[in-house]
Every structure is written in structure tokens, then in C-alpha cells.
Design a protein around this ligand. Structure first.
Ligand code: DQA
Length: 150
């Protein structure tokens, strides 16, 4: 059976393509997700892509992922990255590898974006490569889960 990896996007990421291009590029979320789906296919990964603007919904998906055999997670929590103790608490419970991704380089932007509440609870963070951040994360998870040679 193919490994199940989730891609969870948080608030305002449904507006990709309309948000400032210098930070987020031109791709829409559905274009980004379909590129990732093609990559997942070549890696033999089953990808579940989800987006919500609601913190509670993001939490419910994280909790669900503890019960459905999810093997890895790519998480862009958007602005909740910098604020959400609740998401940090949920990540603390998750044992499978989680990669925090950001399209923009959060360390090169306003100071309120420099701190992530999530990073202490994830395997690693990839920030600043635009849509490639997600692709690199998928590649890293495939190696971590030994689906491809590392
Ligand atoms: C973001 C960076 C966050 O600071 C911001 O609030 C977002 C997107 C990124 O992908 O670069 O919504 O997570």
C-alpha cells in the first residue's frame, strides 16, 4: 500500500496567486497541489492535500492524522505559525516526521515572522523556495520513509 502523506495549508493559502508575488509567487494553490500530486505519483506516495482558514479545522486534521496511518506531513500553517500554541501542542503529540514549510523566507521578512511556535516540534523547516519548498519537503519525506534511496 502507498504511504499516506498529508499536505496541510493554513489561512490565506487558498489565495495563492492573488497574494503578493514577491513573497508567494504566481501559482494558485490548486496548481501547486497538482504539481505535488504528480511528484507523489512518481514516488509511490498517496498525497492528501487540505487547506483551511480555521485553526480548529487544522487541529482536527492533525488529530485525525494520528488515527489514519498518516506517515508524514508537510505543514504550512500560514500566520498561525507565529501565534498558535494549540498547533504547537498538537504537533508535540505527533511521532511521524513533520516538515514545516513556507513559500517565503520568513527570516528575511518582518520581525514578527522570524519566530515560529511550531519549529521546536517538527523534524525540520524549509523556508524561502516558493513552491519548491513543498517539493523539497516531499523529497525529504520520501527519503526519510525510505521510499527512495537517501
Ligand atoms: C507563510 C509565511 C507566513 O508568515 C504568512 O503569514 C503566510 C505564509 C509562507 O508560506 O511564506 O501566510 O507561511
Amino acid at each position: 500500500m502507498a504511504a499516506l502523506i498529508r499536505v496541510i495549508n493554513g489561512p490565506n493559502l487558498n489565495l495563492l496567486g492573488q497574494r503578493p508575488g514577491q513573497h508567494y509567487g504566481q501559482l494558485s494553490l490548486s496548481e501547486l497541489e497538482s504539481q505535488l500530486q504528480s511528484q507523489a505519483l512518481t514516488l509511490g506516495i498517496q498525497l492528501l492535500c487540505q487547506q483551511s482558514n480555521h485553526e480548529g479545522q487544522l487541529l482536527d486534521w492533525l488529530h485525525e492524522s494520528l488515527r489514519d496511518g498518516t506517515a508524514g506531513l508537510i505543514l504550512n500553517a500560514g500566520a498561525y505559525t507565529h501565534t498558535s500554541i494549540a498547533l504547537a501542542d498538537a504537533l508535540e503529540v505527533i511521532a511521524y516526521p513533520v516538515i514545516e514549510v513556507h513559500l517565503s523566507n520568513i527570516h528575511a521578512r518582518e520581525s514578527f515572522r522570524h519566530h515560529s511556535r511550531l519549529t521546536p516540534h517538527v523534524w525540520g523547516q524549509i523556508s524561502g523556495f516558493g513552491p519548491l519548498s513543498y517539493s523539497l519537503a516531499l523529497q525529504a519525506l520520501a527519503q526519510k520513509l525510505q521510499l527512495i534511496p537517501g
